[in-house]
Design a protein around this ligand. Structure first.
Ligand code: DC
Length: 219
C-alpha cells in the first residue's frame, strides 16, 4: 500500500514546515490542503462571489490551480503567493471550510495528490476524513500564545505587517471555528500520535516524527 503520512493541527502549530521537511526528507509528494481552501476563497473573492453563496462550492469544484516545483501557487496561471498566506485569506478560508458543500467539492482533488512513492498531507482533517486509512497519522499542537508568536515572526519575516495582540485573537477565533464546526472538525484521529510543539525546536519535532514513521515500518 502506498504510504500516506497525515499531519493535522491548528494554525501555527508548525505542521506546514514539518510536512514540507518530511516530504523532502522522504522524497514524497506534499499536499498543503489549507492552500486549497485559501485558493478557493481567493477565487470566490476575485469573481465577486459572496463567501456564503451557494456558488462557492462550484468555485471549489472548478478551481484552476497549480503548484510549481518550489510549491508556489498559481490561480488561473497568476502567482498568488503574496496574498495566499495573509491572516485575512486564512480567515476567509476558515469561513468557507465550515461548509460541507465546499469540503465535498475539494475531496477528490485532495485525494488525487496520493501518488507514488508516497504523500505527506497537512491540514485539519487529513487523518480523519480525507485519508482515514493513512499509514501514519500525526497531530501537532501548540499553545495559542506560542502559535501567535510564531505567526507574528513568520509574517514580519515575509515583509508583511502584523500585530501580536490581534493575531492571538484571530488565532483563537479561527481555532474555535475550526474545532467546533459540524463537518470535519479539527480533532486528532484516534490513532494519531499527538505532539505538543510549544517548547520543542523544529528539529526535535521532526526527529520524533521520523522515529514514529520508522516504528510504523513506513521507511
Ligand atoms: O492551514 P491553513 O492555515 O492554510 O488553513 C486555512 C483554513 O482552511 C483553516 O483555518 C481551516 C481550513 N482548513 C480545513 O478546514 N481543512 C483542511 N484540511 C485545511 C485547512
Amino acid at each position: 500500500m502506498m504510504p500516506i503520512i497525515t499531519i493535522d493541527g491548528p494554525s501555527g502549530s508548525g505542521k506546514g514546515t514539518l510536512a514540507r521537511r518530511l516530504a523532502q526528507h522522504l522524497g514524497f509528494h506534499l499536499l498543503d490542503s489549507g492552500a486549497l481552501y485559501r485558493l478557493t476563497a481567493l477565487a470566490a473573492q476575485k469573481q465577486q462571489i459572496d463567501l456564503s453563496a451557494a456558488e462557492v462550492a462550484d468555485v471549489a469544484e472548478t478551481l484552476n490551480v497549480r503548484f510549481d516545483a518550489a510549491g508556489a501557487a498559481y490561480l488561473d496561471e497568476v502567482g498568488v503567493d503574496s496574498v495566499l498566506r495573509t491572516e485575512q485569506t486564512g480567515a476567509m478560508a476558515s469561513q468557507i471550510a465550515a461548509r460541507p458543500d465546499v469540503r465535498a467539492a475539494l475531496l477528490a482533488r485532495q485525494r488525487a495528490f496520493a501518488q507514488a512513492p508516497g504523500l505527506v498531507a497537512d491540514g485539519r482533517d487529513m487523518g480523519t476524513v480525507v485519508f482515514p486509512s493513512a499509514s501514519v497519522k500525526i497531530f501537532l499542537d501548540a499553545s495559542a500564545q506560542i502559535r501567535a508568536d510564531r505567526r507574528y515572526k513568520q509574517l514580519i519575516g515575509n515583509g508583511l505587517s502584523a500585530n501580536l495582540a490581534a493575531l492571538i485573537e484571530e488565532i483563537q477565533a479561527r481555532d474555535d471555528r475550526d474545532r467546533n464546526r459540524a463537518v470535519a472538525p479539527l480533532i486528532p484521529a484516534p490513532d494519531a500520535l499527538v505532539i505538543d510543539s510549544s517548547h520543542l525546536t523544529i528539529e526535535a519535532v521532526e526527529a520524533q516524527m521520523m522515529d514514529f514513521i520508522r516504528a510504523q515500518g513506513v521507511v
